[in-house]
Design a protein around this ligand. Structure first.
Ligand code: SAM
Length: 391
């Protein structure tokens, strides 16, 4: 139903939806007014809109047997394509820009640490907002570009780009006042860069320091998705007359990162977990959370959908953004977890269960998810447990 998958996470603007009735969005400030910046803050650009272009994420060096998945992870950030995609995600980048430019009081004369600086965009925003000094740590080859970008734009005296891993680098100062980072992965926790932010926080942040963003919340809802489930999962039942159900088992275990049309939503949504980046411990990224999803109409349920919000609560006005299906599309889209069973739910009935999220033991950048669900309804009496792996 009006949904498509783009293979390489390319930006999508065709299904952009803004719905100010969505509770998470109304409390956050991403409306157009908030995107209006003071003249002097606006760096001239040609086009800030989401691009329809194919922003493929290139993985450099594919096929090299000696490389670990960590090497591939960092290599992927060496190519400009992934940075282009992130920069063109205007929900993401303009929210950070607004947070910084509209709250210059936070930055004035402060020492800032940009964890995973990429092109250096967040460091440049902070420098422009009056930070005393910004340390921009980036481990991929993009650090060389960031150095050039800082120089070209005349910020070499304020921004120091440090090439290396946060976990291995020597910072020229003992403490910083602010840590800023864009660490969120698909399903919030894929890539597990949050651990790097927590490491930096524990090592360098002053006692009354701030982390931007400081809150991240994961939500779940349920959708009707017959057409797409047929195309992606049931397809394997009969391929040119042959039974390929063994692949179906694998495909259902892989959460699908895709945009979900808000018309597919059948139930209300449930908050699974809020992470307080200033206070949480590294182990808190693994958790089990119960959910109760009440049907808002009678329909079939083919999948659960997870998405996240981030917020910046230290701002003058609460700011942040949502990656939910009722908000404007971001490059994170939503994460769809298909159910083996098709559930028939009647309006008012409750689909209950729990979601367990944990770092994969072999590769902590991957996420393992276990979903337990139960529906004791008029048309479906069913319970199940499914395991998913985000790779
Ligand atoms: C999601 S990107 C954000 C880039 C940039 N801050 C932006 O907002 O456009 C995360 C960046 O962090 C870098 N990174 C991830 N883990 C890191 C680590 N442990 N040490 C240094 N850099 C890291 C990646 O190479 C990548 O460029």
């Amino acid at each position: 139903m009006g949904r498509r998958r783009s293979n390489n996470g390319g930006s999508s603007s065709s299904s952009n939806i803004e719905n100010n009735n969505h509770p998470q969005v109304t409390k956050l400030c991403i409306d157009d007014d908030d995107n209006e910046l003071p003249e002097e803050m606006i760096t001239p650009t040609t086009d800030q809109s989401m691009s329809e272009a194919d922003n493929s994420t290139a993985v450099v060096g594919g096929g090299d047997d000696d490389k670990t998945s960590a090497d591939y992870y960092f290599d992927s950030y060496s190519h400009f394509g992934i940075h282009e995609e992130m920069l063109k995600d205007t929900v993401r980048t303009k929210t950070y820009q607004n947070v910084i430019y509209k709250n210059t009081f936070l930055f004035k004369d402060k020492i800032v640490l940009d964890v995973g600086a990429g092109t250096g965009i967040l460091s440049l925003f902070c420098a422009k907002a009056g930070a005393k000094h910004v340390y921009a740590i980036e481990c991929s080859q993009m650090a060389d570009m960031a150095k050039q970008i800082v120089e070209t734009n005349g910020f070499s005296n304020v921004i120091t780009v440090l090439k290396g891993k946060v976990e291995e680098i020597e910072l020229p100062v003992p403490k910083v006042d602010i840590i800023i980072s864009e660490w969120m992965g698909y399903f919030l926790l894929f890539e597990n860069m949050l651990d790097t932010v927590l490491y930096a926080r524990n090592k360098w942040l002053v006692n009354d320091g701030i982390v931007l963003p400081d809150k991240a919340s994961l939500y779940v809802t349920a959708i009707e998705d017959h057409e797409y489930k047929e195309d992606k999962i049931e397809f394997w039942n009969d391929v040119y007359g042959f039974d390929m159900k063994c692949i179906k088992k694998q495909s259902i275990m892989e959460p699908l990162v895709d945009t979900v049309d808000q018309n597919q939503i059948v139930t209300n949504y449930q908050l699974l977990k809020t992470m307080d980046i200033l206070k949480m411990a590294s182990g808190d990224v693994s958790f089990t959370a119960p959910f109760k999803l009440r049907a808002e109409r009678s329909d079939y349920i083919h999948a659960l959908v997870a998405y996240f919000d981030v917020s910046f609560t230290q701002c003058h006005k609460l700011m942040g953004f949502s990656t939910g299906p009722r908000s404007r599309t971001t490059h994170w889209k939503q994460t769809v977890l298909y159910l083996e069973d098709v559930l028939t739910i009647c309006e008012g009935e409750v689909l209950s269960g729990s979601m367990t999220v944990s770092q994969n033991k072999k590769n902590p950048r991957d996420v393992d998810i276990t979903l337990k669900y139960e529906l004791n309804g008029q048309r479906s009496k069913i319970s199940g447990t499914q395991h998913y792996k985000m790779r």
